[in-house]
Design a binder for this molecule. Structure first.
Ligand code: ZN
Length: 183
């Protein structure tokens, strides 16, 4: 098994605490959603897997926002090891061994590690300060700023447009009470 398949699941995990219209949500509070996420990381969707996966999410969100690695991530990985599967003519394959509850969370951490080593600087928080989502920038110039152009990108553009218009309107407002300069 490779961990490459978990990139999309990783972003779904990191983005499971969205803020919509100013209200913070935790999608993992829905047991069915949380169990589905655990299964995407190779688990069975048990409550203990979900518990560990939520800890991994919180720790990985912190790293992505602040660059600081909390102890919970090391705790999750503590009893986990990669072990060789029986050798096949295709070569050597590795599987994750350790406490069942920790395995989906460990796969999420491994997926994050794969991402930041293969694509350094590409995982980052959305540029909309009101948004709690993350993006993986796959653009050539690494210039992506929004979790989604359709939502945050357009919203931030509209906000900048509004403040430009607002700023442009202000001097005129003041001029009304002052003699107009003729320079
Ligand atoms: Zn966003």
């Amino acid at each position: 098994m490779t961990n490459d398949d978990h990139g999309d699941a990783l972003l779904a995990l990191l983005n499971s605490t969205p803020v919509t219209d100013g209200v913070a949500e935790d999608l993992m509070a829905d047991p069915a959603y949380a169990a589905g996420l655990a299964r995407r990381f190779g688990g069975e969707g048990t409550a203990s897997e979900v518990h560990e996966l939520a800890r991994a999410r919180d720790g990985l969100q912190d790293v992505a926002r602040t660059g600081t690695v909390g102890v919970e991530l090391d705790q999750i990985l503590h009893d986990v090891a990669q072990a060789p599967s029986p050798l096949t003519p295709d070569g050597l394959h590795w599987h994750l061994a350790g406490p069942a509850a920790a395995l989906p969370a460990a796969r999420a951490i491994i997926a994050w590690s794969d991402l930041v080593t293969r694509r350094p600087g590409r995982l980052r928080p959305c540029g909309n300060p009101d948004c709690r989502r993350f993006l993986v920038d796959r653009s050539k110039g690494n210039t992506g700023r929004w979790c989604s152009m359709a939502t945050c990108g357009n919203r931030m553009k509209a906000r900048r447009h509004y403040s430009r218009q607002h700023a442009a309107a202000e001097p005129e407002g003041r001029d009304r009470d002052e003699p107009r300069r003729t320079s």
